[in-house]
Design a protein around this ligand. Structure first.
Ligand code: CP3
Length: 350
């Protein structure tokens, strides 16, 4: 009975089947940052929207850019078009994306700035994001899954503390060493906010979510345990209390073999790897325990040709024998030629 209910819920969507640990003969494919500047149709809508945040909060346009790569390439999943930094925004911080530069936030430098944060996210502000989810869901066919997402508390905190992208996340690491009690408060606030945000996305129609921990790799083992694994585990536990069985892909980028503890302790349904991770180790040690996602080097995709084919073939040969979601090891680079994406897909599906 439960099995039947589950099957009808996940249907025949290959990506959701893989999250149920079922290998697919042809692995489902999507790309991190698949809606973005490498697509001319994205650039056109982005221009029409004016600013990046206008685009994120205009559900009509955000749904359109979410669907663009699915229409063009037939990906097995759509990923909600939004950003990890809408969470600080919904906690009452100023967030801006200047033209052609990274994000700018009011930096959090002390306990006082922390005290000014909202207790919980402004769900009213996020209604357009949930509307985007619902609009996209209504447009997808019976094979294409809808992925929601948030940033992991650590990664979001690195931006909130520094106020901008930093090469080594130094400001957040320094804050965490100097004032762990206040940093813990920030992380706890983000755990609650992220949980509420993901529940909102599931309620609107997301079928699984990815937690992006882009900057997990700068932390030593103890800090990684405390600032990445523990908060992520709390989010997943809280999420599943409200959305039983919720499927979560974790992406702790650049953490090397610490990914093992992450896989064991967070409760993720699947784990995404960046391209630096030895694929044989992924296959032997991880894939027997849980589905894996990845991990073509985005620069190989940019290069195209023989280098790209070698990467694609190696992923298929090494990881294709178990449950695999084919993806890049990080987001697609804006300068990537569309023809290279087409070649990659042809190879995966051929
Ligand atoms: O994957 C998708 O297509 C869905 C949309 C999505 C975006 N950002 C759109 C975006 C997702 C899932 C993200 C996640 C995100 N945002 C992460 C984690 C993943 C990763 O790439 O590491 C991070 C760290 C951010 C924060 C962020 N957003 C930065 C640092 C920047 C500026 C750098 C850059 O890539 O431009 C953004 C802007 C952003 N987010 C753009 C897009 C399409 C480009 C903005 C534009 O179009 O002007």
């Amino acid at each position: 009975m439960e099995e039947a209910a589950r099957n009808s819920a996940t249907g025949t969507k290959p990506l959701l089947r893989v999250l149920e640990r079922e290998r697919q003969k042809i692995p489902p494919v999507w790309m991190m940052r698949q809606a973005g500047r490498y697509l001319p149709e994205y650039r056109a809508v982005r221009e029409k929207a004016g600013s990046f945040l206008n685009l994120c909060f205009n559900s009509e346009l955000a749904a359109e850019v979410t669907l663009q790569p699915v229409r063009r390439f037939g990906f097995d999943a759509a990923i909600l078009f939004s950003d990890i930094l809408v969470v600080p925004l919904a906690l009452g911080r100023k967030v801006e994306f200047g033209a052609g530069e990274g994000p700018r936030l009011e930096p959090i430098t002390d306990g006082e700035a922390l005290a000014a944060l909202r207790e919980s996210i402004d769900q009213e502000m996020l209604v357009p994001v949930y509307e985007t989810v619902a609009k996209v869901k209504a447009e997808l066919d019976s094979k294409t899954a809808l992925i929601g997402f948030c940033g992991a508390p650590w990664t979001v905190a690195t931006y909130m503390v520094a106020g901008e992208a930093t090469p080594d996340q130094g400001p957040a690491r320094l804050f965490a060493y100097r004032d762990p009690d206040n940093f813990q408060k920030l992380i706890d606030r983000l755990v609650q906010a992220s949980t509420d945000y993901l529940v909102g996305q599931f309620n609107a129609g997301a079928e699984c979510v990815q937690i992006f921990d882009t900057w997990a790799g700068v932390l030593g083992p103890e800090e990684f345990m405390h600032w990445c694994i523990e908060p992520t585990a709390k989010i997943i536990k809280g999420l599943r209390q409200q959305v039983p069985g919720a499927k979560v892909i974790g992406f702790p980028r650049g953490v090397g073999f610490q990914a093992w503890r992450y896989a064991k302790l967070t409760g993720v349904s699947a784990i995404g790897f960046d391209w630096t991770f030895d694929r044989k180790v992924i296959a032997d040690r991880f894939q027997s325990e849980l589905p894996v996602q990845g991990n073509v080097d985005p620069v190989a995709l940019l290069a195209g040709g023989a280098a790209l084919m070698r990467e694609v073939d190696d992923v298929l040969k090494t990881l294709g024998k178990g449950p695999l979601i084919f993806n890049l090891g990080h987001g697609i680079l804006p300068e990537t030629p569309i023809a290279h994406v087409e070649e990659m897909l042809k190879r995966v599906r051929g």
